[in-house]
Design a binder for this molecule. Structure first.
Ligand SMILES: [Zn+2]
Length: 219
């Protein structure tokens, strides 16, 4: 068991970090909304609450939304809290979503809450899609998945497609499309990040066709 835990730490070092982690200490200025087992920075509470409304299955699930100064290669990142995977049952697992506090754009610093509303809601919805995916996996499956995720682009793509698919099937097609367009049409994001979005994630066209299929299924 210890070997498994250790290998998980080695392979997915991002999952749980030490307490010296640089969560921005906004305690003097930032307030949190604590509701339904969620801890949400005040600045983005409207967008988070709006996104959560699409995921009734996440009611009561513990999720901490945390501002970070920088996340390597991503703007947001959803993770299970690793200790809760072992101590508690699948139902009581806790999660966190790390969120980049601001962007250094040409025109100056842009705070995350200044991202166009629907795109921000979609961004958060994508991360909630990851949590839906994690929530439905056993701890053993999650560890396997975590390793494969780190080792293969194919698994990474699958994880991203799963997250988008969860969000779109919860009715967030419009917002998921908005965030893709926001990133791909924004000169301020680096090409390497845009290429990652193009290669690993659902394209705007795929989003539209999935959305259409879902609408057809419903009618
Ligand atoms: Zn993702």
């Amino acid at each position: 068991m210890i070997a498994i835990i250790l290998s998980l730490f080695l392979i997915t070092p991002e999952i749980e970090e030490s307490h010296t982690d640089t969560i921005i200490d906004n305690s003097s200025k930032s307030e949190y909304l604590e509701v339904d087992n969620k801890r949400i920075p005040w600045e983005i509470k409207d967008a988070v609450i709006e996104a959560l409304a699409y995921f009734p299955e996440l009611a009561g699930v513990a999720i901490d939304f945390e501002f970070k100064e920088k996340i390597s290669g991503s703007v947001m990142q959803a993770q299970p809290r690793i200790l809760t995977m072992f101590i508690k049952g699948k139902e009581k697992r806790e999660y966190r979503i790390k969120i980049t506090r601001s962007f250094d754009f040409e025109e100056g610093e842009v705070l995350i809450e200044d991202v166009p509303h629907d795109a921000l809601v979609g961004w958060i919805g994508h991360e909630l899609g990851h949590i839906m995916d994690y929530k439905n996996r056993s701890t053993a499956n999650m560890m396997h998945f975590g390793m494969r995720y780190m080792l293969s682009n194919k698994r990474l793509t699958e994880a991203e497609l799963a997250a988008d698919t969860y969000a779109i099937s919860c009715g967030m097609g419009h917002q998921i499309l908005m965030v893709k367009n926001y990133i791909l049409n924004n000169v301020n994001f680096e090409d390497s990040y845009k290429n990652k979005i193009r290669e690993l994630y659902m394209s705007p066209l795929q989003i539209l066709s999935l959305q259409e299929e879902l609408v057809e299924d419903e009618s």
